[in-house]
Design a protein around this ligand. Structure first.
Ligand code: ADP
Length: 249
């Protein structure tokens, strides 16, 4: 594989907080149309790394390249336009709107227009069709006209994923997609993430190692801000240094 296989790369990515280096010289290579997981023990630098990639933080060193373009200093809104979107922020759902209305809002945002209620209904037809397709795709059709605020926690997360997919991202960044979910919802969200990755790339921070082993093509293990190991689950889980980091941590 050449450089075109990679949708996202970092070189020497570094984040220093008042003298404390939380992320040190990280070279990340995320291949297109794969699921890539970032794991590591507490304090390893996963959250900081994720916040650098999602542009919530600006690195103190190194660079980030997305689709061959240096985006080290590009903000989150511009990244969304370029095709990189962070998901799983329940707070982005409007609880007083229905499921279908939430998805339509997201599609409207993607079109870069505000709601124009005076427009003839016909002009919104494709958007309505797309909204229903998305709801069906994520399996929320039964809840189409339910207020988002009345959904279970797991279904709120599925709705959030639908509103993120409405933005049609090439790269989806997921922050602990399974956090707080029960067994059944984990299975549901895992299946969705797998289907999302068929035409897109997924990068996630996830603590649930069963999910990580199940879903990930590539796993990067961080410890003390640096990459300790990288590869598929079989190779990283058999790596003595990784075992040591998790057990002897
Ligand atoms: P993880 O998500 O793997 O548990 P974090 O990225 O949250 O790790 O934290 C890595 C290290 O960086 C920790 O030691 C943490 O205390 C430190 N850290 C994170 N954010 C800040 C900050 N804003 N200021 C100072 N130290 C920080």
């Amino acid at each position: 594989g050449g450089v075109d296989d990679h949708i996202l790369q970092t070189r020497g990515l570094t984040m220093e907080f008042h003298g404390f280096v939380a992320v040190r010289n990280v070279d990340l290579n995320v291949r297109r149309h794969t699921i890539h997981a970032l794991i590591g023990p507490n304090g390893a630098g996963k959250t900081t790394c994720f916040n650098l990639l999602t542009k919530f933080l600006t690195p103190t060193g190194g660079s980030i390249v997305f689709n061959g373009r240096d985006v080290t200093r590009t903000g989150p809104a511009a990244m969304a336009r370029l095709g990189m979107v962070r998901s799983f922020q329940i707070s982005s759902i409007f609880p007083h709107l229905t499921v279908i209305e939430n998805v339509r809002m997201a599609l409207q945002r993607k079109l870069g227009t505000s709601f124009h209620f005076w427009k003839p209904k016909r002009s919104l037809y494709p958007l309505h069709v797309r909204a229903d397709e998305l709801i069906e795709w994520v399996g929320l059709e039964t809840y189409r006209d339910t207020l988002a605020g009345d959904l279970s926690y797991g279904r709120k997360r599925v709705l959030e994923l639908a509103t993120t997919l409405a933005l049609d991202p090439e790269l989806l960044l997921l922050d602990e997609p399974m956090a707080g979910l029960g067994h059944e919802d984990i299975g549901r969200v895992a299946e969705l993430v797998r289907r999302v990755s068929e035409g897109r790339t997924v990068l996630m921070v996830e603590h649930n190692l069963d999910v990580v082993s199940d879903l990930s093509d590539t796993i990067t293990v961080l410890t003390r801000g640096s990459i300790l190991a990288e590869g598929d689950y079989a190779s990283v889980s058999q790596n003595p240094a990784v075992r040591e980091a998790y057990i002897g941590g």
